[in-house]
Design a protein around this ligand. Structure first.
Ligand SMILES: NC(=O)c1ccc[n+]([C@@H]2O[C@H](COP(=O)([O-])OP(=O)(O)OC[C@H]3O[C@@H](n4cnc5c(N)ncnc54)[C@H](O)[C@@H]3O)[C@@H](O)[C@H]2O)c1
Length: 338
């Protein structure tokens, strides 16, 4: 008998760290994690961790020979800035890696006679607005608008959303017998901010970097202009979005890819807020023109009407609560205890 379990790829990253802590508290869930890196301290004892590459097909085969996987949270990826430095490698990990897991999930769905749930975090990087004028004209984009990403990461995310939908609805559509298909669901996240981890490799990182630097008493030079506006969300809401989408009956879903968001603000407003809590913070602006171009192509806000209507999505933390109740107290105690 194989043991039943949930698989989390990319589990040693920012979202993985928070997702493990949340899922591990739920009774009767065996969690298997897979990442190139070891897990963050504190997580090793609550899950079964495999250090390895999602591209390693014999490793994936070994995993399914041991475990009956009912749900996959596929988080492993190369993020937007890192992907621009190694675009072909990003394509391999972000697209071929995702494809390998979709194939695994679809074989497992067939074998179980029941769909494997496949949860995929997509991103605002799937959007690409041509210039600032259009960005101002479309302040809250809908899922189907402006799907013209200008980064390798954004192209990878958009294509993987489509692959996931294909594997959920049309896989082997010409075969005599329709296979049991997997159940793919995705959220397009804005920039995420955690109080407990510092991001790396993303292009929305200036927000969290500004805050963590201020708490550490270090100066920070923000790599985008003061007027740059994108949406953000704090990590507890991101985890809630993944879990809430996962538990919604499929009949309630009118789409498979949903925008979710919490608040939008400019880099200057971000700085003002940080200064309110850390009045001695030294934050300057030193835009990096190339990274600026990427952030300028991302929407200033997301319209998450469909997620709210279909599965009752609503962020717990608005801008004020995010800073006053989650970010600042936890970040202060994190660095105080170091
Ligand atoms: N953090 C954000 O702001 C944000 C926003 C939108 C979407 N997302 C998406 O959420 C997911 C998780 O993001 P994160 O912020 O935790 O990123 P992260 O960079 O902190 O974590 C990614 C993890 O994937 C692992 N990984 C990379 N390549 C791998 C491979 N070949 N095999 C196994 N593991 C591999 C890395 O070691 C890392 O631990 C990603 O898919 C990302 O695109 C994140």
């Amino acid at each position: 008998m194989r043991k039943k379990g949930i698989l989390i790829t990319g589990a040693s990253g920012e979202i993985g760290d928070a997702l493990i802590k949340n899922l591990a508290g739920r009774e009767g869930t065996q969690i298997i994690t897979l990442d190139l890196k070891p897990l963050a301290a504190g997580n090793e004892n609550i899950v079964t961790h495999v250090t390895g590459d999602i591209m390693d097909s014999s490793l994936l085969a070994r995993l399914v020979s041991e475990y009956e996987i009912s749900t996959i949270y596929h988080l492993a990826a190369l993020l937007s800035t890192r992907a621009e430095f190694t675009p072909e490698q990003a394509h391999r990990v972000n697209v071929e890696g995702t494809m390998g897991l979709l194939k695994l999930a679809s074989e497992q769905s067939q074998w179980r006679g029941e769909p494997v749930l496949f949860i995929f975090p997509s991103s605002i990087a799937a959007y690409g607005l041509p210039d600032l004028e259009v960005k101002t004209q479309f302040p809250r984009v809908r899922e189907w608008e402006w799907n013209y990403p200008c980064t390798m990461y954004g192209c990878n995310k958009l294509y993987c959303e489509m692959l996931g939908i294909y594997y959920s609805q049309n896989y082997r559509q010409l075969a005599a017998d329709r296979p049991v298909m997997l159940d793919f669901r995705s959220v397009r996240f804005p920039g995420l901010i955690s109080a407990f981890t510092v991001p790396s490799g993303g292009t929305s990182d200036y927000g969290p970097e500004m805050l963590h630097a201020a708490a550490k008493g270090e100066p920070y030079a923000c790599f985008v202009r003061e007027d740059t506006c994108i949406p953000f969300m704090v990590m507890p809401d991101a985890i809630e979005a993944l879990l809430k989408l996962a538990e919604t009956p499929v009949s309630a879903l009118s789409r498979r890819v949903y925008n979710v968001t919490s608040f939008s603000l400019t880099a200057a407003q971000f700085r003002e807020l940080v200064l309110r809590f850390f009045p001695n913070a030294k934050i300057s602006f030193k835009p990096d023109l190339q990274r600026q171009k990427i952030v300028d192509s991302w929407p200033a806000g997301l319209n998450d009407h469909d997620a709210r209507r279909d599965w009752g999505w609503k962020p717990e933390y608005d801008l004020e609560r995010s800073f006053a109740e989650y970010l600042v107290p936890n970040i202060v105690s994190r660095y105080r205890s170091k």
